[in-house]
Design a protein around this ligand. Structure first.
Ligand SMILES: Cc1cc2nc3c(=O)[nH]c(=O)nc-3n(C[C@H](O)[C@H](O)[C@H](O)COP(=O)(O)OP(=O)(O)OC[C@H]3O[C@@H](n4cnc5c(N)ncnc54)[C@H](O)[C@@H]3O)c2cc1C
Length: 368
């Protein structure tokens, strides 16, 4: 990049922070605006496994891999696949082998936050609207009354991105899948049998249009997701009793995960952008992560957001023509995300139990 554009990153999630880190390393000035009031305003959800080509690649480029390794749980890469009758179909025997270490999302976000100067991040700045101006700049309007103009705006503001409207009229649609999150804190001490069943990593159990995921987080905290597919109402709330009723045909060994979990149930209605979502060239605005390619949660979203961020930073540093470089980067991002979204869709949306189990086996077998 010959002269640095005035860069705004909207959203201090994983993707936005990774981009901030890369720009900071290269002495490119930027500001990052975040809706949350502070790092601890809301729980960040469960664990992530970082993949070599995407999440890990990004952390290496950002000089953060060693810090990541101090937090990463290589020992929690196990997985077990069951059917709803409690039959074990696939098991990764050695949970410590493999190259997809786990980290809690909150830990990863804090690691990234600590890697950029405090004065580059504006908490409590909720973007209300982004407005294109005749000179190619974009004016950002925040809920707190601030208005500020930038030469380049990066929408890293997640599923319900406000920046997206500048490049695309497409809105996320409800996928029909709702995950219901429950927690089992201190599972090793309180429920050793449940803890052993989940093992060192992830348990997945599949039935017709129903799935139970259970994952081991740091400090023996187990998160359980009871997934209902083909729902019509994203707003429908469920209690633990409702879920036990929905899953009443399941084996008792799996239902125990719901029985012992704490309330409340936290619903995650899964919304998606169309597979292959893209936009025409629009200099001065781009998107990354969920803002660009929201897809069902099949283990790629955070990884892709991190990879998008380092690739975008690379394009912005292009000495010749950063606008063309950003466009070239977007084309690669579109293709990468379309493949991942198609795979995630197949994994999460197939109705046939046998077909779904086969897909899972292929996917998990490739990882194991
Ligand atoms: C239940 C669940 C499980 C998942 N599991 C995995 C997994 O195992 N592996 C994986 O790779 N991915 C997983 N994902 C997907 C992953 O969480 C996302 O793909 C990833 O967080 C996207 O990162 P991002 O930076 O694009 O967006 P986000 O992480 O959503 O960050 C967006 C940021 O923008 C801020 N923001 C939003 N609107 C505004 C606004 N108007 N103004 C200012 N700031 C704003 C938000 O507060 C947030 O901090 C899962 C998702 C869900 C729902």
């Amino acid at each position: 990049m010959v002269s640095n554009p005035r860069i705004a990153i909207v959203g201090a999630g994983l993707g936005g922070l990774m981009l901030a880190r890369m720009l900071y390393l290269k002495n490119v000035p930027f500001l990052i605006f975040e809706r949350d009031e502070s790092v601890s305003q809301r729980p960040q959800g469960g664990m992530l496994d970082l993949h070599v080509e995407t999440g890990q690649y990004a952390l290496r480029l950002g000089g953060l891999f060693e810090t990541f390794e101090q937090l990463a749980r290589y020992e929690d890469q196990g997985l077990r696949l069951f059917d709803q009758h409690g039959t074990l179909l696939l098991e990764k025997a050695d949970a410590a082998s493999g190259d997809r270490p786990e980290i809690d999302r909150g830990q990863l976000r804090e690691l990234l936050l600590e890697s950029i100067p405090d004065d580059t991040l504006r908490w409590s700045h909720t973007l209300r609207e982004a407005e294109r101006q005749d000179d190619g700049y974009t004016e950002l309007h925040f809920d707190n009354g601030l208005k500020q103009r930038f030469e380049l705006v990066v929408g890293a503001d997640g599923a319900w991105s406000k920046v997206r409207a500048l490049v695309s009229a497409t809105q996320p649609a409800f996928s029909g899948l709702t995950l219901h999150e429950l927690s089992i804190p201190d599972a090793d001490a309180r429920y050793p049998e449940v803890s052993q069943r989940v093992g060192r990593g992830m348990l997945i159990a599949k039935g017709k249009r129903q799935t139970i995921f259970a994952q081991r987080n740091a400090n023996a905290h187990i998160r359980v997701y009871a997934a209902l597919h083909r729902q019509t109402n994203p707003q429908a709330t469920k209690t633990k009793a409702d879920l036990l009723h929905e899953f009443k045909d399941w084996d008792a060994s799996l239902l125990q995960l719901l029985h012992v979990a704490d309330e409340p149930v936290r619903p995650w209605p899964v919304h998606v952008l169309p597979i292959g979502h893209r936009w025409e060239r629009r200099d001065g605005v781009t998107l990354l992560g969920d803002a660009a390619h929201l897809m069902p949660p099949a283990g790629e979203g955070a990884n892709l957001a991190l990879r998008d961020a380092v690739d975008l930073a690379d394009a912005l540093l292009d000495d010749q023509d950063w606008k063309a470089a950003v466009r070239a980067h977007e084309r690669v991002m579109f293709e990468r995300a379309a493949l991942a979204a198609a795979e995630a869709d197949r994994m999460m949306m197939v109705d046939s139990v046998d077909e779904n189990l086969e897909l899972m086996k292929q996917h998990l077998g490739a990882e194991a």
